[in-house]
Design a protein around this ligand. Structure first.
Ligand code: HEC
Length: 140
């Protein structure tokens, strides 16, 4: 079998290349990445977005007023009265408590509220839960 190769002088090739490339037109820069990961927004800002996107806003306020669930303002570090296995007890709202309240809200149910919060286990992965936790911490 015979293969034909065409030898082109370099100058001619460069002219062809330039025209193939739009005759020297500028190649548009790739679009800038956007979104929280690109802007490297602090976790608190991501948490603020998740609060709305993940529907927490339907039941929780951040200005201190109770809604369907308890308000998040002032929650971090406070003493919360919860019902665990039918027994009332006081717990400190630390990282572990808030993480557990998100993942498995029916384990410790805040006294006076119905156990209707949808469990977020498998919905909020570690990074998202951490962002919401940071957001809650900042609501003083
Ligand atoms: C359908 C309403 C509803 C939605 C939606 C909801 N929650 Fe709740 N949440 C509640 C209720 C009611 C309680 C109190 C009873 C309990 O502890 O389960 C609660 C309790 C909590 C607590 C403990 C609060 C405290 O004062 O000790 C945290 C933290 C929390 N929710 C986080 C979240 C996050 C994060 C989301 C969004 C991903 C969310 N919730 C979505 C109803 C909701």
């Amino acid at each position: 079998m015979l293969a034909k190769a065409k030898a082109v002088p370099e100058a001619e090739f460069n002219v062809w290349l330039a025209s193939a490339n739009g005759g020297g037109m500028k190649v548009p820069a790739p679009p800038q990445a956007s979104g929280p990961e690109a802007t490297a927004a602090p976790r608190v800002e991501l948490g603020r977005k998740l609060y709305k996107v993940k529907q927490c806003v339907v039941c929780h306020t951040i200005d201190g007023a109770p809604r369907i669930g308890p308000a998040w303002k002032g929650l971090y570090g406070s003493a919360v009265k919860v019902v665990t296995n039918g027994k009332e007890r006081l717990v400190k709202a630390d990282d572990a408590y808030i993480r557990k309240s998100m993942a498995d809200p029916n384990a410790d149910v805040v006294a006076g509220y119905p156990a209707i919060m949808p469990p977020q286990m498998g919905i909020l992965d570690g990074g998202l839960a951490a962002a919401i936790l940071e957001f809650i911490k900042g609501l003083k």
